[in-house]
Structure formats: C-alpha cells, structure tokens
Design a protein around this ligand. Structure first.
Ligand code: MF3
Ligand code: CO
Length: 289
C-alpha cells in the first residue's frame, strides 16, 4: 500500500512518490485519524486523466453552446438530440447517455415540472414559455464529462424565470463552497441555504457524482448537508455539482411507462444547472466552462 519515498507515485504520474503524493497522503492520514471520511485513491485523478476529462468537457460545453444557438419554439426535443449526437460524434466523442442502462437517446431534456432524465422525442414540441433543462454527457477517449443548462423558450412567466436564475446561482454557491481539504457537506449546506432563502426546495433523491473514468463514480454529492461533514475534498477529485431546485416540494416520482422521466409530485416547476469540477491545490477548476 505505502510506497517508498523514491519509488514511483501510486497515482501513475511517473514521478517519485516524495515529489508527488507523499505530502498529500500525510495530510489525508491526519484527517482520517481525526475521524474524517477521506477519498480512496481511485478518486484522485492524475494530470493525464485530468487532461483527458478536460478535452471531453470541451465537447460537452460545445453541445450546450450549440443547443443555445439552435433552440426555439416549435422544435422537437428529438431535433435537439440529433444536434447533440451529430456534434459529439463529429468531434470524436460518444454521447454517454446513449444506451446507458437502456437510456435510448444522447441527451436528457426535462421540461417545466420534469426534474430530470426526460427522453427526447419527436412528439415533444417546445412551446412559448417552457423552461427546459438539457443535460449533456460525453465520453472522449474513455474520459467522461457531464454538464447541463436551462433554456427559456420565448417569454416565460416571472416565476419560471426567477427559478431558472436562482437554480443557476445555487450551482455557483455550491462551486464557491468547494475548498481543497474542505468537506462535501460544505457544498450541500451552501446550496440548500440559498434555495431555502427563496422558499424553494432541493431534490434529495438525486445528486452530483464523481466522474472521469466512469460516468458515475463515488462520491455521491448531495445538495443538502452540513458544513464540515461528509467526505474530505482532496486535490485531484473530479465530480459534478448539479442541484435540482423545485419551486414547490422536493418529492418526485418516476414515469411508469418509460421508467426514466422524473417529475415533481406537486406539479411545480423544477430547474437544474450542472458543471463538472476539479478540486485543485488552491481551489476549484470548472471543467465544463
Ligand atoms: N447527466 C445525467 C446524470 O448524471 C445522466 C443520467 S443517466 C441517463 O445525472 F441515462 F439518463 F443519461
Ligand atoms: Co450528472
């Protein structure tokens, strides 16, 4: 398990352990001894892996930009799916959702009271006033990235616009809470407090997740929590922050027919924004920006 100071580091960087993760391990050991939950080594990415995830993330961002350029009233969510698929493949990537656990399309499109995992369809036509989340995930050379944004179709009601704006701010509150050697609970508390202050609720059944070498890795990133609790955030960890914010209650149900699309129980609107982020020695890098 432990490596000699002059041997190569366990992270695969090729550097000597003493020049690489020795201090890191000492810090984590100390935190573990003080009772903190610490990340396992599989969750710590090296520079080569991070660069791979960065490139994947550029495609994910590119899809979201392209959706912004093309989305409009009267188009079907299947047309958005095609735009995403064609661009991703043209860039050498693979849409991660496609065939993932039986998911039939390349992106998730979730409208109004749909919380997440909506399936694009030729029969779902965007209407004036809709708010829609488009969730994009890419595999490039085996590296995964994941991000989503909200889009407003035409003129939406004030309540809808406010929810979309606050949900974005919730994501950034979560991002700002990330500090190397902080804790996962710092993110949850920041998001929850901000959403609460508007009378909104935060979905509990879904959260962010580690990502990079697989679509969904540990840890589970809850968007509710308490500062100082949960897994230690160590440099080299890559995960998503993706709070789903409901105008009403946080309770949800899954579509019985397609077994994917998730809705608010009370029919209230839901909004979500997502980035893939890297914990660095000094703070955070948003990879999908
Ligand atoms: N981007 C979504 C997430 O990580 C993807 C869910 S799986 C899918 O939460 F098959 F629905 F795409
Ligand atoms: Co995700």
């Amino acid at each position: 398990m432990n490596v000699n100071r002059n041997e190569k580091c366990w992270c695969g960087s090729g550097l000597k352990y003493k020049k690489c993760h020795l201090n890191f391990d000492e810090k984590l050991d100390e935190l573990a001894r003080s009772g903190k939950e610490v990340p396992s080594r599989e969750l710590i990415k090296n520079e080569v892996e991070i660069e791979g995830i960065r490139k994947s993330a550029k495609i994910t961002k590119g899809v979201l930009d392209l959706v912004f350029d093309n989305i409009k009233e009267g188009m079907s969510t299947e047309q958005l799916d095609k735009i995403a698929y064609d661009y991703t493949v043209s860039m050498g990537g693979i849409p991660a959702p496609l065939n993932y656990m039986g998911f039939p399309k390349s992106i998730c499109t979730s409208i109004n009271n749909e919380i997440c995992h909506g399936i694009p369809s030729k029969d779902i036509i965007l209407k004036n006033g809709d708010i829609i989340n488009v969730d994009v995930s890419t595999i490039l050379d085996g590296y995964y990235s994941d991000a989503s944004r909200m889009y407003i179709i035409g003129e939406a009601r004030e309540e809808a616009k406010k929810l979309v704006e606050v949900a974005k701010e919730c994501l950034y509150k979560g991002i700002e809470a990330v500090k190397p050697w902080g804790n996962l609970g710092d993110i949850g508390e920041a998001v929850m407090k901000y959403a609460d202050s508007f009378g909104y609720s935060v979905v509990r059944d879904f959260g962010g997740h580690g990502i990079g070498l697989e679509f969904h890795e540990d840890p589970f990133v809850a968007h509710v929590g308490n500062k100082g609790e949960g897994m230690v955030l160590a440099p080299g960890m890559v995960f998503t922050i993706e709070p789903m914010i409901n105008a009403g209650g946080y309770e949800l149900y899954v579509d019985e027919e397609n077994e994917w699309t998730t809705y608010t129980v009370d029919g209230s609107l839901s909004a979500q924004w997502e980035h893939t982020v890297l914990v660095t020695e000094t703070g955070i890098e948003i990879l999908t920006i």
